[in-house]
Design a protein around this ligand. Sequence first.
Ligand code: ZN
Ligand code: ZN
Length: 93
Amino acid sequence: MRPCPEPDSAVSSGPCTVDGCDGQVVAVGLCCKHYKRLRRHGDTGVTLRRHRQPHQCRHCGSRDPSHFYPGYRGICKGCQKRQSILRRSAISV
Ligand SMILES: [Zn+2]
Ligand SMILES: [Zn+2]
């Protein structure tokens, strides 16, 4: 196993950007372990820490994950159903 690159304090500092990893950054925002994984596999094998919008219905404001279909479209199951009924009745009128 090749050694990790020397941490370059000029370009990298702080903890690894991989979720749940607090290793010291050596390059491109990644710690030694994840940097090597990136070099070998082309990715870190885990999702990078990103600001992810939590599911929230734009109609009723529900944040319960169980209220959403896997194909989340900014709207909960209940409101989606209600909308499709409205749309259907709008067409028939
Ligand atoms: Zn890491
Ligand atoms: Zn809703």
